[in-house]
Design a protein around this ligand. Structure first.
Ligand code: URA
Length: 430
């Protein structure tokens, strides 16, 4: 008979855990038969030993089947996007409503912050009243009425990922191709999608720092998802600097609202359009780029966002006056450059960790997130900087935390010669 200790012991000895044992473990994660300590040891075992392709598929499908697998009866394709995690990456907040405005339906099951990266659900928690854990009935209703709903894995949908995700976040076991693949695809496949686009990040702010590692993950996810009947492609995109100039929960909602309402464009807008066009093409909808540009420019995407927020319990006029609803930090401080130069390098992971230290992420599962803290107006790679010009603005709850964050920001941003410009979308994997 399988038990948690024997699965973990096999991983420790470097032996194959076997497909049946992985299925058993996923069920145990969902029904409480496996403890947090065992889940942590399992995650570390998988990180260190790795899984074979068959084992990875078995773990992914078992985690998908740990809860309900949704089926839809809607008048448009059901599609979604997911990223492997980055900093200043609030693309989901722009893309889900933009795709809804293009006639698709987006039942987006997202995650919380992991390690140094931000989580879509933590960002949405910054909106007063927004329910990230609605019951399945409300989730379905908002998807049907607004065209999109962004919520978390629950006791009903992908519960095994909900448990393992929280444990990985605090046990330094995020950076595993197998666990990232199983985590992302278990949620996405449980949502009953026809088409999916994945954003595999590579660079200083990503979990995967090298192109080879990102490519291997992209290949594994495309093969697993297509094998499970969901048309899936990957864009590998650069994460050598934050995507939006803001990091932190309320600050990233603000960044997304600025793009949705046409106040700002930049890399967040560009990536939203690129990923959206990719998944629309997979769903058989041509001319995706022009449709998405129009959805944002016309205000239709922002209107969908407003409907989703209201449908899930948030304020009715959020889109018209979002700043009124988002919390603001009492301490806001500019980190000024002490010399002139170009932004030569940005350590995205260090910036993400600075936001965690400010209270914008978790160090242990029980940490409460402070939605108002973070960084804004972060300079872009290659930008010329004058002496005294802000490199970023810190939003903190206390002066002492702002001091610590200032040291971290100074260490994370290197001035010197401008690096060669890099493309945002590096490769496509299909
Ligand atoms: N996003 C997820 O949902 N899971 C991971 O493991 C990484 C990013």
């Amino acid at each position: 008979m399988t038990d948690a200790r024997s699965v973990i012991a096999r991983l420790r000895r470097g032996e194959a855990p076997g497909v049946e044992a992985l299925r058993w473990f996923a069920e145990g994660l969902a029904d409480g038969g496996v403890s947090d300590a065992q889940a942590g040891a399992f995650a570390m075992g998988v990180c260190l030993r790795g899984l074979t392709a068959d084992e990875r598929v078995a773990l992914t499908l078992a985690m998908r089947d740990s809860g309900h697998v949704l089926a839809w009866d809607l008048d448009g394709p059901v599609v979604d996007k997911h990223s492997t995690g980055g900093v200043g990456d609030c693309t989901s907040l722009v893309l889900a409503p933009a795709l809804a405005a293009c006639g698709t339906y987006v039942p987006m099951i997202s995650g919380r912050g992991l390690g140094h990266t931000g989580g879509t659900l933590d960002k949405l928690d910054a909106i007063p009243g927004y329910a990230t854990a609605p019951d399945e009935r409300l989730f379905r209703q908002v998807v049907a009425e607004a065209g999109c709903a962004i919520v978390g894995a629950s006791a009903e949908i992908a519960p095994a990922d909900k448990r393992l995700y929280a444990v990985r976040d605090v046990t330094a076991t995020v950076e595993s191709l197998d666990l990232i693949c199983a985590s992302i695809l278990s949620k996405k496949l449980a949502a009953g999608l026809q088409a999916l686009v994945l954003d595999v990040k590579v660079g200083s702010g990503a979990f995967l720092k090298t192109t080879d590692a990102a490519r291997a993950l992209a290949r594994a996810m495309v093969d697993t998802a297509n094998g499970a009947g969901c048309t899936t492609t990957v864009l590998m995109t650069g994460m050598d600097e934050p995507l939006a100039p803001a990091l932190g929960n309320a600050l990233e909602v603000d960044a997304a609202m600025r793009v949705l309402t046409g106040v700002e464009q930049g890399p967040l807008y560009d990536l939203s359009v690129a990923l959206g066009a990719e998944v629309l093409a997979s769903a058989g909808i041509a001319g995706g780029e022009a449709r998405l540009v129009e959805a944002i420019a016309s205000g239709a995407a922002a209107e969908r966002f407003g409907r989703m927020v209201y449908g899930l319990g948030g304020p009715i006029g959020f889109v018209e006056d979002w700043r009124r609803y988002l919390p603001e930090a009492p301490v806001i401080r500019a980190v000024e450059a002490v010399e002139a130069g170009h932004v030569a390098a940005i350590d995205g992971e260090a910036l993400g960790l600075a936001v965690v230290a400010l209270g914008g992420g978790r160090r242990v599962e029980t940490d409460q997130i402070d939605p108002m803290v973070g960084l804004s107006e972060v300079v872009r790679l290659g930008a010329p900087v004058e002496k005294g010009q802000p490199l970023a603005r810190i939003h903190a709850a206390r002066l002492s935390q702002a001091d610590e964050a200032e040291r971290a920001v100074r260490a994370a941003i290197t001035l010197g010669d401008a690096p060669a410009a890099q493309k945002l979308v590096r490769e496509r994997v299909a």
